[in-house]
Unconditional design. Structure first.
Length: 337
């Protein structure tokens, strides 16, 4: 199960090594350890729900606590201290467009605020209820997670929008395809969330950002369903798909998305190159980009960015990472000229 007050799964822990603690202390000073609030204690702070009963809505305090915050540092501080502030008054898990539409109709009639919830990985407060007189209902789309159609001629795949990154890739890989979209939140973010936030991934240099991959979809809006068919490129405008991309839930709730997929690469290859100084690394990156070198990821890190490597290994200047489409690993050091 996903950890309720931080990133990752409850079953997986990564204790902070003493060497890492000393390194952090050297940068920001000694910390002041504070006890975390236990889940049971945090539950006692969940107030009674203000929602009228509804067959699709769960008002259980456990569900409401688990949907109260995202994954930003302020969210973690709030959850670990127990000072959470506001909670959704209920959580619903729709499994169809009809159920999403019914819940939106209910919210409109009851004067309830709606929060679309994908994987809960937001770091900018998207999913946090605001304190106020109006009740809040969170729509968790995690049960909308299927691959609906795969067009192997056009290389288009249609998914329900609540599918998590790993589940999306597993369903595609079983058919010999990949989307190639790997944001840092990949494990706990959804396709619908990527579209709604105009996401970028670790390998977008090759596969494209989500706006390059999003071909169409379906949105449930307050005034009715809104279909975006995956039409070919057109010289006419405006492109209504651009309105949905980055809309952050303002226009409605994305329930399906059609995306452009590619055949799986035969193999992948990851390289690491170390330079003596930033300028020579920046020059190499610029020349590779201008030459159109076929890489899926090209990342430039300075000494501080690469300074958290294990066993005190810290490059003197900068690390350059790129990945091509073969699955071996290499590393070498280059002079600064």
């Amino acid at each position: 199960m996903k950890r309720w007050n931080g990133w990752g799964e409850d079953s997986i822990t990564y204790p902070l090594p003493d060497s890492a603690a000393r390194y952090l202390a050297s940068l920001v000073g000694e910390g002041l350890p504070l006890p975390d609030v236990f889940f049971a204690e945090a539950l006692t702070r969940v107030p009674a729900s203000r929602l009228p009963p509804h067959a699709l809505i769960v008002a259980d305090p456990v569900e409401r606590l688990r949907h109260a915050r995202g994954q930003s540092l302020p969210d973690w501080v709030a959850l670990r201290s127990g000072c959470i502030g506001a909670f959704p008054d209920g959580v619903a898990y729709p499994v169809s467009d009809d159920e999403v539409r019914a819940l939106m109709d209910f919210a409109r009639r009851a004067g309830v605020k709606l929060i679309p919830y994908g994987g809960g990985s937001s770091v900018v407060g998207h999913i946090n209820p605001l304190a106020g007189e109006s009740a809040t209902l969170t729509l968790d789309l995690s049960r909308l997670n299927r691959l609906i159609a795969l067009d192997e001629t056009s290389h288009l795949a249609t998914f329900e929008a609540g599918v998590l990154g790993p589940h999306l890739e597993a369903q595609l890989r079983a058919q010999g395809y990949t989307l190639g979209h790997y944001p840092q939140s990949f494990e706990f973010s959804t396709l619908g969330g990527w579209v709604a936030t105009r996401s970028s991934g670790q390998q977008s240099y090759h596969y494209g950002r989500i706006e390059d991959l999003f071909a169409g979809g379906h949105v449930e809006t307050p005034i009715g369903p809104f279909d975006l068919p995956p039409l070919p490129a057109s010289a006419a405008g405006p492109d209504l798909r651009q309105m949905v991309l980055g809309s952050e839930g303002r226009l409605g709730i994305i329930t399906r998305a059609t995306v452009r997929v590619r055949p799986l690469p035969n193999s992948e290859n990851f390289y690491a190159v170390f330079f003596r100084d930033w300028e020579s690394g920046a020059t190499a990156v610029r020349e590779m980009a201008q030459a159109g070198v076929a890489v899926s990821m090209l990342r430039l890190s300075d000494a501080m960015g690469a300074g958290s490597w294990p066993h005190g290994l810290r490059p003197a200047g900068l690390a350059l990472e790129s990945s091509a489409l073969r699955r071996r690993r290499h590393a070498r050091t280059l002079p600064g000229d």
